[in-house]
Design a protein around this ligand. Sequence first.
Ligand code: SAH
Length: 215
Amino acid sequence: MIPDWESERRRMVERQLRGRDIRNPQVLAAMLEIPREDFVAPECRILSYSDQPVQIGHGQTISQPYMTALMAQVLDLDGTETVLEVGAGCGYAAAVLGMLAARVVGIEIVPRLAAQARENLRRTGRDRNVTIVCGDGSAGYSETAPFDAISVAAAAPEIPVSLLEQLKDPGRLVIPVGGRNDQDLLLVQKHKGTIRSRRVTQCRFVPLRGGEGWK
Ligand code: SAH
């Protein structure tokens, strides 16, 4: 039997997001609209709306829905921003951010995942303002920098300096920082030349690879 994806999506938004601390109406609307099942490999589709990360191949995962929503919420977007998403994976979070910002550039280090993300975004009609590039996003993406907001979906040992440099003032960066197995999700804000950061929650992400990640 084919699941009723729309009901699953509604239930996910009610229980996993609204039932916790996701209050931003635009974030809730985006999570209700983007078909998460279209970003997950066919063999894992049944798990599309489960309250956990799901395998997407190449040892990588699509983040737990709550984490995608929380990261989008703390970026506090108003629809005018240019956003960099580091670690685009299958393109799901990039699609969500695409509904909340003017333009999204997603960067993914695994070429086959970057191709998959592009295909998922095209098939779901989300590629109008969302572009996927393949490369090491630990160094940001200087071609289209600076960014009003940056969302990093892989855990770094420290906040990469390049990302701070490519962040506008004012600007917001959300990133998991810590050890390989557990991290703090940090919200870093640049404002009038100063950088402030606060811990949002504890989290567990796959490692950020590359020059300014885990070698
Ligand atoms: N944003 C995804 C989550 C993907 S998991 C979602 O929508 O659910 C994190 C991704 O970061 C993986 O696909 C991994 O390959 C990628 N990654 C790790 N290090 C990277 C780097 N230095 N540059 C770009 N992508 C990276």
